[in-house]
Design a protein around this ligand. Structure first.
Ligand SMILES: [Fe+2]
Length: 196
């Protein structure tokens, strides 16, 4: 097995405003992405390259869906690893960068929420080296609208499975709860890594 599911600790089941049941079910989906990433990698090693074709071929199907499976695994690893009850607000260098790029923490949250309401699957806060700034980026799926050398430091899952049990279709209320549970020490570590 190339990939193994990460353990996010018992605290992930004790969030404020995102129920244990939602997280338990959500973790099952995450494990599914890890398993499928392994399955696609194994099948790719044995695929008949001579049959590669852009309309349909096993090589095409596996290569396209690998991005979906690995994206699903990685997006959820960012998401679950920076959620914990108690949350807080950004500090230090990350706080300064947020204030530089968005004006204030409150304005950042407003932009993140709008991004989450605009995406059909994900919103990420990314460090965008070419622009020299943080941005909130939108994705409709596990593998859409990505670009090169853009580093996600925060991942907001807005698929309905992330909130429907708790909030039905009120995605905005879920995003408010998500923000309350953000572990900014973890996000700061992601940011530090992205800046290197
Ligand atoms: Fe999800």
């Amino acid at each position: 097995m190339l990939f193994t599911s990460k353990d996010f600790g018992p605290g992930i089941l004790e969030l404020d405003g995102i129920s244990k049941k939602t997280v338990e079910e959500h973790l099952k989906l995450y494990n599914g992405y890890v398993n499928k990433s392994n399955e696609v990698m194994e099948k790719l090693a044995k695929v008949d390259l001579a049959t590669a074709n852009q309309v349909f071929s096993d090589a095409r199907a596996l290569k396209v869906e690998l991005s979906f499976a690995v994206g699903g695994m990685q997006n959820h690893e960012i998401y679950f690893s920076h959620l914990k009850r108690g949350g807080g607000e950004p500090k230090g260098e990350l706080k300064k960068q947020i204030e530089k790029d968005f004006g204030s923490y409150e304005a950042f949250v407003k932009d993140l929420k709008a991004s989450g309401l605009s995406g059909r699957g994900w919103a990420w806060t990314v460090w965008f080296p070419a622009a020299g700034r943080l941005m909130n980026w939108v994705g409709d799926s596990q593998n859409t609208y990505l670009s090169w050398d853009i580093h996600p430091i925060l991942a907001l899952d807005v698929y309905e499975h992330a909130y429907f049990l708790d909030y039905a279709v009120n995605r905005g209320a879920y995003i408010d709860a998500f923000v309350k549970n953000l572990d900014w020490d973890r996000i700061a570590a992601n940011y530090e890594k992205a800046r290197k």
